[in-house]
Each structure stands twice: as structure tokens, then as C-alpha cells.
Design a protein around this ligand. Structure first.
Ligand code: B12
Ligand code: SF4
Length: 557
């Protein structure tokens, strides 16, 4: 694998990997003592996500031209809101008033079945390594509403997962937790790149843990000196300290302990009639077999929209992955696995070993992500033989120039070849599409629509997931905006309480500065695509990629 030389990681002052290799660590001499109060109970929370377009969705029943104007006005207001606190407060109140009803509907449609592996893995580690500490998981994504989560906050230490969509809810929960006397830690995909901002803007957050949280959270619970806790970002007087990053070897972590959840709720959710999941499977479970992406680790690599918080590839021992799957089959009668690792077949040697290690007689089907350039005849065959029935392929665009500008490794030819091979082996394909990359124009979008129509001619084509680029924190797109000379000032406070509005404005600015069309054109095109029936159900305008391991058709069993 290529050595990591990413600009952003370089800035962060990183990093030790599995082998403990230190590339560069931010200087820290002091060894501050950790909080000494004994922790008896820990709650780990995944708040529900939110959409910056929640208020836009209210217009969906209006006549089309009016919707367009309403959207424009709302976005204009959102922009004003970013620069004027008063508007922000009014708009936020308005959106909050409308939130609960839509939120529930939205989550039900979106994805109510995957177990929250991030907080589950952290919770499992605490359970094993901090004896006597009670661990409770509050899953606001799948099980509880935001209000229920807030009502149930009651622990010495509350850890909250913040993603790009759940960021402001995470902040809301943090505030409640602090009011109830808890110490509060944030972690997860959005907390990782926004750690400093979180500590700067929210004094009720005590610390942030970047990247993998298991070891660091456990040490925090055990009151280790703060300066000794890897990945921790914390306040030291008026300073914000960032400890060096250390990424654990995945094989040394325990498999997520599903006893911390009520698994039957997840199985029940997977049968939501509004969102048919994985038919004919009844008991889907998600696991992960690797973290990271080789492409993103390379100096010139990484897709411009990608906000996944991992770089160098870390692979789990195939036998351990199959042990976990076998256990899930035995204990929970799992019949379907979703592995959300970024590209299951990216390391071919590992993938071959993974297939070879599958226990004889184990009956299980699975679905996963793949990159098209890695699909060859052997890989397609092995996928089929090992039980894969469906893959998500990020085809992203039908215009070769757009693929280049988004820095996608796969080409149009790779995508077509992958489709053909996957068809041969009867593996269903959900095709991911990201529109609105640098240089996107009406013509390039038409080319994409034409390309997608060609994909629908393959009989193993399931559907595509259409997403307009959202410059989530952690992505190159987000950095390009925040560092742009015209926009630096506007987004200097990104991450503060106007986060959602700033994100909405960033979407607009991204189009203004980097595309040849504006965002409303994309929304109109999305509506057209929807009307033409190329997507099977209403998806979020925020990010129309609600895949979650859910093929709607299974082509081979
Ligand atoms: C599975 C998945 C989901 C599932 C389950 C969600 C979940 N959080 O468990 C579903 C489908 C529900 C989902 C939904 C969404 N997701 Co999602 N999801 C993923 C995916 C593919 C894998 C995550 C995973 O299970 N990894 C395995 C576990 C073990 O690792 P982990 O989640 O990274 O957790 C580790 C660390 O992050 C950290 N950590 C996480 N939480 C916490 C909390 C504390 C207190 C601590 C200390 C540490 C910590 O420690 C964990 C253990 O090592 C990632 C992509 C990726 N490869 O990471 C996107 C990803 C996390 N999702 C993303 C997004 C945007 C969303 C949505 C906002 C989409 C939407 N339009 O609504 C929602 C938000 C959900 C929410 N409630 O906030 C983005 C986040 C981008 C960003 N920079 O914030 C990612 C990175 C994908 C992307 N587009 O780039 N998602
Ligand atoms: S989108 Fe996928 S292939 Fe592109 S950098 Fe992210 S993880 Fe890697």
C-alpha cells in the first residue's frame, strides 16, 4: 500500500497505524490528569440525522414552478441567516417546529434497520475493558426519536456520535447531557474533522475523540491522564490540545456485541412496508470487515465528495469475520449481511483469502460496496460463489470528464465492464451517482441520464441512488470552499450553531463556484428523474443515497 501523504492528515499532525509507525505527532509535553470522578454508567448515543432541506420538503405538494421559487427564497433566507444571527434563530425555530413529524417519516423511509456499529463497537470495548461500568446504547437512528433520546439521557458520561447529517442533533443532545451533569464526549465522522470547532463553539462538550473511538473512550472512562489518550482533543485552559492519532488493529477489537441492542427491533424495522428491505431476506445484520480506502490514502487520490473519515486500509483477519457472521447466524438467525466497508474487493489477495475462509456449509447471503476498476472475471465469480447477491457500485457519472474532475479512479469503461461481469454472475447492481462535481453542466448531466438508461438495460440492474454533492466536513469539497479566498470569511465559523444553514449555503456556493449550473437546476432534474421512475421511492434531497444494503431485487439465490 502507498505510504500515507495526505495533505489534510499532514496538517492534523498524525499518525500511527496498526504497526505503531509514527509519522508525525503534535507536540504535547504536559501529562494532564484525567477526570477523577468514577464513571459508573456510560450512555452512547447516535442521534437521528437531519436534512438541511427539511423545510424545503414542505413544498413537495405544491405546483412545480412555485416549488422552484419557494426553494430559491428559502435558500436566499438561509444565506442571510448565515450572516445574521437573528434570521438564523427565527429560521431554526421554524424548522424545529416542523421537525418531529417529518423526521419520523423520513427515518422510517430511509433506513431503520442497520445496527449503529460505531457506538456499538465503542460500547462493546467498554463492556470488556472497564469492568463494573454500565453501558447503554441510545439509537436515535433506528429505535428512538430525538425527544426520546433526550428524555432518557442519564449517565455520568455520555458519548455522542456526530455525522454530517446528525451534527446539530448531536449538539442538542450534548447540551441536555451537560445540563443533567454528565461529562460529554463527541466522536464519529463529522466530529473527527470538526473537533477543534466543536470545542471552540460548545463549552458543554468536554472532549472530542477523532477516528476510532474504542481505546480512547475506554481510557477516558478509566480516568487516564488526558494527554495520554490517543485521538483525544480537549481543552487545556484556553488552549485546545490535539493528541496524536493511533489507529487500532481491527483484529484486536472485539466484535460488536449485539446484546447491547434489542435485535428484534432491528429485524422488525427491516420489514417496514414503506421501504421494502432485502426481500426475500428477513433478518439482515450489518458487520464490517475492513476500514479505509487505498485510493483515498494516495497523495493524488480520493474522490472530491468523499467524507469518509478513514484513509489507510485496515483489514480484519478473514477467519474472524466469518466467526462473527457464523455467530450471528447461530444466535440471531441472521440470513443476510451488509458489509459497508468501502470496497470489499480493493485488496484482491485479502478478498481471495476471505472467500477461501468461508466455512463449508454456512448458508448466508451478503451485499457490499465495490469499486468497478477492481471487478474482473475472477472477482465476480468469487463474489457470487461466496454468497454475494448484490453490490453497490459508485458509477457516479456518465460523463468521462466528470469522472476525472471528481477524481474517481474508475472510468466509464470500467463501469460497463463491471456491469457485464456482474450480470454474467447474476449479481444485482445498485449504481451510485453523484452529480454536481466541478464543471458539471446541463450537457454532462444529460450524458449521465443517458448512461443510466443504458444501465437499466442490464437485467441485473436494480436501481440507482442519485446524490447531489454535499460538501460534508472531511471532504475535499468542504475544504475547497472553506479555503476559497472569496468564501473564507463566510465559512470561518463553520461548525457553529448555524451549521445546518451554512451547509445549505455551501451547497449553493459549490454550484456557483465550481459548476456551470446552479443547484435548483439539479433539484429540477432530480424531480424529472423521479417522475420518470428511475428511482423506486422518495429519497432525501439532502443526499439521495439511501442505500443501506438494501437490494430491491435479488437475482440469484
Ligand atoms: C453504515 C453507515 C450508515 C448506516 C448506520 C449509521 C451508523 N452511524 O451506524 C446508516 C445507513 C443508517 C447511515 C446513515 C447516515 N449516514 Co452513514 N455511513 C455508514 C458507513 C457506510 C459505515 C459506518 C460504519 O458502520 N462503520 C463501521 C464502524 C465500526 O465505524 P464508525 O461508524 O466509523 O465508528 C467509529 C468511529 O467513527 C468512532 N465513533 C463513531 N461514533 C462515535 C461516538 C463516540 C462517542 C466516540 C468516542 C467515537 C465514535 O468510533 C467508532 C468505532 O471505531 C459510513 C462510511 C464509512 N465507511 O465510514 C457512512 C457515513 C458515516 N455516513 C455518512 C452520512 C452522511 C450519513 C447520513 C447523514 C446520510 C443521510 N443522508 O442522512 C445518515 C446519518 C445517520 C445518523 N443518524 O447520523 C457519512 C458521514 C460524513 C461525515 N463526514 O459526516 C459517511 C462517512 C459516508 C459518506 N457519505 O461519506 N450511515
Ligand atoms: S468515495 Fe470510495 S473510492 Fe472514493 S475516496 Fe471515498 S472510499 Fe475511496
Amino acid at each position: 500500500m502507498e505510504p500515507c501523504a495526505n495533505l489534510e492528515r499532514e496538517r492534523e499532525g498524525l499518525i500511527t497505524g496498526c504497526n505503531g509507525r509514527i509519522i508525525r505527532a503534535s507536540g504535547l509535553e504536559e501529562m494532564k490528569m484525567g477526570a477523577s470522578k468514577k464513571v459508573e454508567k456510560v450512555q452512547l448515543v447516535l442521534p437521528p440525522p437531519r436534512r438541511p432541506d427539511t423545510y424545503l420538503a414542505q413544498f413537495s405538494g405544491w405546483p412545480h414552478p412555485l416549488v422552484r421559487h419557494a426553494r430559491r427564497i428559502i435558500f436566499r433566507l438561509a444565506e442571510v441567516a448565515v450572516s445574521q444571527g437573528l434570521f438564523a434563530a427565527i429560521l431554526q425555530r421554524l424548522t424545529r417546529l416542523r421537525q418531529p413529524r417529518r423526521q419520523d417519516k423520513y427515518i422510517a423511509k430511509f433506513a431503520r434497520w442497520p445496527q449503529p456499529l460505531g457506538i456499538l463497537s465503542v460500547g462493546t470495548y467498554i463492556k470488556q475493558n472497564n469492568p463494573g461500568v454500565e453501558v447503554e446504547i441510545l439509537d436515535g437512528n433506528n429505535v428512538l426519536t430525538l425527544d426520546e433520546v433526550k428524555r432518557r439521557i442519564d449517565a455520568d458520561l455520555v458519548g455522542i456520535s456526530a455525522t454530517g447529517g446528525g451534527y446539530d442533533h448531536a449538539i442538542e443532545v450534548a447540551k441536555v447531557a451537560k445540563k443533567r451533569g454528565a461529562r460529554v464526549i463527541l466522536g464519529g465522522a463529522a466530529a473527527t474533522p470538526l473537533a477543534r470547532e466543536i470545542l471552540k463553539y460548545y463549552d458543554f462538550v468536554d472532549a472530542v475523540i477523532r477516528y476510532d473511538g474504542e481505546l480512547a473512550f475506554s481510557k477516558y472512562v478509566a480516568a487516564a491522564p488526558l494527554a495520554s489518550i490517543e485521538n483525544l482533543v480537549y481543552r487545556d485552559g484556553h488552549e485546545i490540545r490535539e493528541n496524536p492519532i493511533k489507529l487500532p488493529c481491527l483484529d484486536k477489537l472485539p466484535a460488536p456485541d449485539r446484546d447491547l441492542l434489542d435485535m428484534e427491533v432491528y429485524f422488525r424495522n427491516s420489514k417496514d412496508p414503506e421501504y421494502p428491505i432485502c426481500e426475500p431476506f428477513k433478518r439482515p445484520v450489518n458487520i464490517y470487515s475492513q476500514k479505509g480506502c487505498v485510493w483515498r490514502s494516495q497523495e493524488e487520490g480520493g474522490c472530491v465528495f468523499c467524507s469518509i473519515p478513514y484513509y489507510d486500509l485496515r483489514l480484519r483477519e478473514p477467519k474472524l469475520v466469518w466467526d462473527e457472521i457464523s455467530f450471528l447466524v447461530e444466535k440471531y438467525r441472521a440470513d443476510f449481511i451488509w458489509d459497508p466497508s468501502d470496497n470489499l474487493v480493493g485488496d484482491k489477495e485479502w478478498f481471495k483469502a476471505f472467500c477461501a475462509a468461508k466455512p463449508k456449509g454456512l448458508k448466508i447471503h451478503y451485499t457490499n460496496y465495490v469499486d468497478a476498476e477492481d471487478i474482473d472475471e475472477e472477482v465476480a465469480r468469487l463474489l457470487a460463489e461466496s454468497g454475494c447477491v448484490s453490490v453497490f457500485v459508485g458509477v457516479e457519472s456518465g460523463d468521462p470528464k466528470m469522472l476525472q474532475s471528481m477524481n474517481k479512479k474508475a472510468t466509464l469503461e470500467d463501469n460497463m465492464r463491471a456491469m457485464e461481469l456482474l450480470q454474467k454472475y447474476r449479481i444485482g447492481v445498485v449504481a451510485g451517482v453523484v452529480v454536481g462535481v466541478q464543471g458539471e453542466s446541463k450537457e454532462s448531466l444529460e450524458r449521465t441520464v443517458e448512461f443510466l438508461k443504458r444501465l437499466t438495460e442490464f437485467d441485473n440492474f436494480d436501481r440507482f441512488e442519485w446524490g447531489s454533492l454535499i460538501p460534508f466536513s472531511g471532504s475535499k469539497a468542504n475544504r475547497m470552499l472553506r479555503e476559497h479566498p472569496d468564501l473564507k470569511e463566510k465559512y470561518k465559523d463553520f461548525g457553529n450553531e448555524d451549521y445546518l444553514f451554512q451547509l445549505a449555503c455551501m451547497i449553493q456556493d459549490w454550484y456557483r463556484y465550481y459548476c456551470e449550473i446552479d443547484y435548483s437546476y439539479v433539484l429540477e432534474l432530480q424531480d424529472r428523474v423521479l417522475r420518470e421512475g428511475l428511482v423506486p421511492y422518495e429519497m432525501t434531497m439532502f443526499q439521495r443515497r439511501s442505500w443501506s444494503g438494501t437490494p430491491t431485487k435479488v437475482f440469484r439465490l
